[in-house]
Design a protein around this ligand. Structure first.
Ligand code: ATP
Ligand code: MG
Length: 258
């Protein structure tokens, strides 16, 4: 049975999409079947993997028009990596979902049908705590929270944890925190180092050992429609996302052994 991880933080531009694309690609490189689902109307993960946000057979068609999810799953340039793209139309889904019965469970019911075909399903969330993110948190086994190493990093985190608490007590009692991921880390920057130390002091074991450095290759690769591993496999960004994948897979094995 596959594990579903959603990448969420309602703060914009913290590295959610970069993490969703490159973590999925890195897990797939380990020959584990991985499905990346873009549930952000900005469709950055979609274009970042070289797909058009204007094609039929996307997550909007699956969630709102109720086409079968198999019809929206695409192969990618990486064997073992599959994707369900998003579309800008998804912006309307927040409103369209409101009137639906069991609106928080739409994605969970859809994923039930394909969960056992994949080792990992990764969801890239929009920067909000609206119904799309709530659907993602409701259908996921765990949530990965990217945190940019900057002064306001912790702002809004209490709201996110409050939301996760509400989801646990109402819609998904087994939702775990996969971990907090420090992103865009610059070791030459004092403030960046202080923020990283403070986050570790405060959240301790919840913080991944792997830190994602600020790396220009990571910001360039989406414009080529590629995960960084196909753009520059030896850059620090690519290596750090491979390490993150290793850390997540080994944490999962440890949990399995317990
Ligand atoms: P949004 O909230 O809008 O969905 P996001 O949280 O998904 O944003 P990204 O799109 O992943 O954030 O990253 C924001 C910007 O920072 C992008 O231009 C991305 O290329 C760049 N970026 C992300 N991570 C890194 C990194 N480690 N090094 C350098 N640039 C990065
Ligand atoms: Mg994004």
């Amino acid at each position: 049975m596959g594990k579903t991880i959603c990448i969420a933080n309602q703060k914009g531009g913290v590295g959610k999409t970069t993490t969703a694309i490159n973590l999925s690609a890195s897990i797939a490189i380990a020959e584990m079947s991985t499905l990346l689902i873009d549930i952000d109307p900005q469709a950055n993960a979609t274009s970042g993997l070289g797909f058009s946000p204007n094609e039929k057979g996307n997550i909007y068609d699956v969630m709102i028009q109720r086409i079968r999810i198999d019809k929206a799953v695409r192969k990618t340039a990486i064997p073992y990596l599959y994707m369900v793209p998003s579309t800008h139309d998804l912006i309307g889904a927040e409103v369209e979902l409101v009137g639906m019965e069991a609106r928080e469970f739409v994605l969970r019911d859809i994923l039930k049908r394909i969960k056992d075909r994949f080792s990992y399903i990764i969801l890239d969330c929009p920067p909000s705590l609206g119904l799309l993110t709530i659907n993602a948190l409701t259908c996921s086994d765990s949530v990965l929270i990217p945190l940019q190493c900057e002064y306001y990093a912790l702002e809004g985190l209490s709201q996110l944890f409050k939301t996760i608490g509400i989801i646990r007590s109402t819609l998904n009692s087994t939702l775990e925190i996969e971990g907090i991921l420090l992103t865009m880390f610059d070791s030459r920057n004092n403030l960046c180092r202080q923020v990283a130390e403070e986050v570790r002091r405060h959240f301790r074991k919840k913080v991944f050992n792997t830190i994602i450095p600020r790396n220009v290759r990571l910001s360039e690769s989406p414009s080529y429609g590629k995960p960084v591993i196909l753009y520059d496999a030896t850059c620090r960004g690519a290596v750090s996302y491979l390490e993150l994948a290793k850390e997540i897979i080994s944490n999962e094995r440890k949990r399995g052994d317990q």
